[in-house]
Ligand binder design. Structure first.
Ligand code: PLP
Length: 399
């Protein structure tokens, strides 16, 4: 393992701390995508010739590796979509759109990403079910107690992130699913920020549905995954109809293909799916425990160094994930982000697609520094140096 060699983007003259948005891809993943594009470009499920058979085999292999990575019972429980957002829309409409009735209730939190709120809001307008937000504590964290207090007889689903993308807190999913299942409540987990960073064993956590994106875990863009328990997927309706998802059809009937293919209408993102197998192999080689540990050390160091700068406000010191939120009093987060850009440091500023959180949190806009295992202490030192240069910051923002 050689981070500089594996990640060619690390050779660019930039310091990348926007890993919650997307991540760099190792060269093995890039090469695999290139191999498909230059040596066996073909569609899947369609051809009667060798390169198309190879494509089908490799897609199958990728599905198998993803299944092993999250420890699902079967690879048929893995559905390829285009991103977390697409996975969430599929399960919320395709499953919960059929399952929920007018009197039902769904629990979310105000800390959820837009893709775990907007599809629910739209569906609730159609069906009439109620959305309830489990209150967060002072640090923006979610407790089982809060969920317990929000649950009523009518609660049918809980839909929350395992790790949130602003505060970066890690929820105790195993305890939550255990409690929810005792009450007959289904649990949908937004894994966009968890699967890339922490061990995710869907059987151990007893998750009913899990959505995540390949591009946030060293995989190609344009590929998402929806995991669902097979017995639940049997009741899910496709959200898209077209080629590759039906057995036969005529004017009166549509016979669907098997699970998971019935949920994958149209030509899939073949190159991304095939290359994602290399991502899984790469992450397996490093080991998720090493990823977790490295990020923990980096974050600890980052917070320790940030604390040496008196005018930096840190909002989420006690969150468990690899995200740190900061601001400087009197300076717009967007301006601070743009100042850091002048030093070739990439961070994200604003609300980070979580626009209801400000109703409960003590902050509105922030600068988000999100780490991944390939970041280094030297990169953090350069960020700290840039933040310590208060005269320059003031000059940049016309203070
Ligand atoms: N959920 C969370 C918690 C996220 O952080 C993100 C992206 O930042 C998403 C969902 C949406 O992911 P995508 O844009 O890949 O669909």
């Amino acid at each position: 393992m050689n981070i500089e060699k594996d990640f060619v983007m690390k050779n660019e003259d930039i310091i990348y701390f926007d890993n919650a948005a997307t991540t760099f891809k190792p060269i093995s993943v890039i090469n695999k995508e290139m191999e498909y594009l230059t040596k066996y470009t073909a569609n899947s499920h369609r051809g009667d010739y060798n390169i198309s058979f190879k494509v089908d085999d490799e897609i199958d292999e990728s599905r198998y590796l993803v299944s092993k990575y999250i420890n699902s019972k079967s690879k048929d429980e893995i559905i390829f979509t285009s991103n977390t957002t697409d996975s969430m829309n599929l399960v919320i409409n395709g499953f919960f759109g059929e399952y929920l009735r007018e009197d039902d209730e769904v629990i979310l939190t105000k800390s959820e990403h837009a893709s775990n709120i907007l599809p629910w809001l739209v569906l609730s307008k159609k069906i009439g079910f109620k959305i309830k937000y489990a209150p967060l504590d002072k640090e923006g964290k979610l407790s089982l107690e809060s969920i317990k207090k929000t649950i009523t007889r009518n609660t049918k689903a809980i839909s929350i992130a395992h790790v949130t993308n602003v505060i970066g807190d890690i929820r105790d999913i195993k305890t939550i699913t255990k409690y929810a299942h005792k009450k007959g409540i289904l649990v949908l987990i937004d894994g966009a920020q968890s699967v890339p960073h922490i061990k995710t064993d869907v059987q151990d956590l007893d998750i009913d549905f899990l959505a995540f994106s390949a591009h946030k875990m060293c995989g190609p863009t344009g590929l998402g995954i929806l995991y669902g328990k097979y017995e639940l997927l049997k009741y899910m309706k496709p959200f898209k109809y077209g080629g590759g998802m039906n057995e036969i059809y005529n004017e009166n009937t549509i016979e669907l293909d098997d699970i998971p293919y019935r949920f994958e209408a149209g030509t899939p993102n073949v190159s991304a799916i095939i290359a994602f197998s290399e991502t899984i192999k790469y992450l397996n080689k490093i080991g998720i425990e090493n990823i977790e540990r490295t990020e923990k050390y980096l974050k600890h160091y980052l917070i320790k160094e940030l604390k040496t700068i008196p005018y930096i406000k840190i909002y989420n010191e006690n969150s468990e994930g690899s995200i740190v939120l900061i601001n400087i009093d009197g300076i717009e987060s967007g301006d601070l982000g743009l100042y850091l850009n002048t030093k070739n440091i990439c961070v994200r500023s604003g609300k980070h697609c979580v626009k209801m959180l400000e109703e409960e949190a003590e902050f509105k806009d922030t600068v988000r520094i999100s780490l991944y295992f390939y970041n280094s202490y030297e990169e953090i030192d350069k960020l700290i140096l840039a933040l310590k240069d208060f005269d320059n910051i003031k000059k940049y923002v016309n203070l």
